[in-house]
Ligand binder design. Structure first.
Ligand code: NAP
Ligand code: MG
Length: 503
């Protein structure tokens, strides 16, 4: 589909991709939506249209699920040897590495994040994820059990479990890490032997479509992965409600997470995993190494423009160092260079959309209205594109909207505390439980807090450390299940217990 990209920002390879991109990928074929509808994709740095993508809906989801079902039942994937499956996933990692620059360009163009960040973080993390998951393909196995069966004295049995792929997985992903979220979802599903229908976010469909091309090039059988771009309310909802989808994996807002659960319940009780929002506490104790904790606290909230489910958006600082830390983080905020992600000097790009810009600005206004003290940022930056200043609020209170709700932007609310017991109850006083961090030189205190923080991920003297091997996910309303690690692979399997009578 023709694009209307005006700026000469990207390589020829990406330009050629943009000229052909925009179709759905179903059963190995690139095709328009059955309705022939399209939607526009914008460059958030300029507001310009960069592509038009097929607006898949129920009919396309139906076709994609059918293809995934056929690929699963025919055994072209689920009965391929584990070693061969692993080799294909590894090959996908290799192809991604070969085309790394293109993917970083697409992320910058589509999502707005700085090219250098996408190139250093999103792309290598995605490559590594596929390689890590490729290894699991040959290591998914069951156990044997010495069963006793007390009501059948004298009998003997041989019992074992097998882990089988769950079947057809529907995967719905958000716009904050478009490529990486696709990798987090596809990697474990493919390692387990599932087939997939993936729906990228309407704001950022491009890198998933390019990934589809690489999946094709790697030689995955047709129908193993299907990609249906479209709107959440139509394509996403149809996937969640589809009676022939065995599992739905969703990352996004808690609000939509609830709709997914409802749709799963009303259709076929498909298995559900959810990676939802967060309002993560970042705790700085008085004995912390502030030369690490201050930049760490700034990075915790400003990385990816605060558009991270695990962003350190509640900054709790022990009273004696509160002013110093708040001023230190504010100083960082003021220094951050905000600009187009293609500008090599830019450290922070635009928010993803006008909607997110309005939403984040609305929260900043709420913070001011509720009486928090603005110490850095607080305004939209420029007139063109969706830029906002890195923002620090001091003197926030636990009851404020900016402390309770996920902002999903570069806005941190700082609050003082007296002692570790107090900060534990403040930190845990949230509907969310995705991540938390503690900065201290006291090892015992760090682990005592880590043990009692209600969060799926706790970082000590660091923040935003991710690895394909480490399970990631949330307590409470932050989600169900885990991404990455063996934990994610197991969530794409069913356990079958088999028992044979021997005597
Ligand atoms: P969202 O609506 O939850 O979108 C996430 C994904 O779900 C997208 O692919 C979306 O499709 C799809 N979707 C939307 N409505 C759906 C429905 N009824 N049924 C099935 N799928 C549906 O998130 P958003 O609107 O992009 O952002 C809103 C807020 O969500 C953010 O401000 C942030 O607080 C939170 N969020 C969290 C994460 C995270 O990583 N946990 C990521 C993104 C956003 P469309 O994009 O096509 O609508
Ligand atoms: Mg949405």
């Amino acid at each position: 589909m023709a694009t209307v990209l005006k700026d000469h920002l990207v390589s020829d390879a990406t330009r050629r991709f943009l000229d052909r991109a925009g179709n759905l990928w179903i059963n190995g074929e690139w095709c328009a939506a059955r309705s022939e509808k399209t939607f526009e994709v914008y460059n958030p740095a300029t507001g310009e249209i960069i592509a038009r993508c097929a607006a898949g809906d129920r009919a396309d989801i139906d076709a994609a699920v059918h293809a995934a079902r056929y690929a699963f039942e025919s055994g072209s994937w689920s009965r391929m040897t584990a070693s061969e499956r692993g080799r294909l996933i590894w090959k996908l990692g290799d192809l991604l590495e070969e085309h790394g620059d293109e993917f970083a360009e697409l992320e910058t163009l589509d999502n707005g994040k700085p090219f250098n960040v996408a190139r250093a973080a999103d792309v290598p993390l995605a490559i590594d994820l596929f390689r890590y998951m490729a290894g699991w393909a040959t290591k998914i196995h069951g156990q044997t059990f010495p069963i006793s069966v007390p009501y059948m004295p004298g009998s003997e049995f041989f019992s074992y479990t097998a882990r089988e792929p769950i079947g057809v997985a529907g995967q719905i992903i958000p716009w904050n890490f478009p490529l990486l979220m696709a990798a987090w979802k596809l990697g474990p599903a493919l390692a387990a032997g599932c087939t997939v229908v993936l729906k990228p976010a309407e704001q950022t469909p491009l890198s998933a479509l390019r990934l589809g091309e690489l999946i094709e090039e790697a030689g995955f059988p047709e129908g193993v992965v299907n990609i249906v771009t479209g709107l959440g309310e139509t394509a996403g909802a149809a996937l969640a409600a589809h009676p022939d989808v065995d599992k739905i994996a969703f990352t996004g807002s808690t609000e939509v997470g609830r709709l997914i659960v409802e749709a799963a319940g009303k259709s076929n009780l498909k298995k559900v995993t959810l990676e939802l929002g967060g309002k993560s506490p970042n705790i700085v104790l008085a004995d912390a190494d502030l030369s690490a904790a201050i930049p760490g606290a700034a990075g915790a909230i400003f990385f990816n423009h605060g558009q991270c489910c695990c962003a350190g958006s509640r900054l709790y600082v022990q009273k004696s160092i509160y002013d110093e830390v708040v001023e230190g983080v504010a100083h960082y905020a003021r220094q951050i260079r905000v600009g187009s992600g293609f500008d090599a000097a830019a450290q922070m790009g635009p928010l993803v959309s006008q909607e997110q810009l309005d939403r984040v600005c609305g929260y900043i206004e709420a913070g001011i209205r509720d009486g928090a003290r603005l110490v850095a940022g607080g305004r939209r930056k420029g007139e063109r594109g969706y830029f906002v200043e890195p923002t620090v609020f001091a003197g926030a209170r636990q009851s404020m909207k900016i402390v309770r709700e996920e902002i999903f932007g570069p806005v941190v609310a700082a609050m003082p505390f007296d002692d570790p017991e107090e900060v534990l109850s403040l930190a845990n006083d949230s509907a969310y439980g995705l991540a938390a961090a503690v900065w201290t030189r006291d090892v015992t205190q760090a682990h005592r807090l880590a043990r009692r923080l209600k969060a799926g991920n706790v970082w000590i003297n660091c923040y935003n450390i991710f690895d394909a091997a480490l399970p990631f996910g949330g307590y409470k309303e932050s989600g169900w299940g885990r991404e990455m690690g063996l934990a994610a692979v197991e969530l794409y399997t069913e356990i079958k217990a088999v028992t044979t009578r021997l005597a």
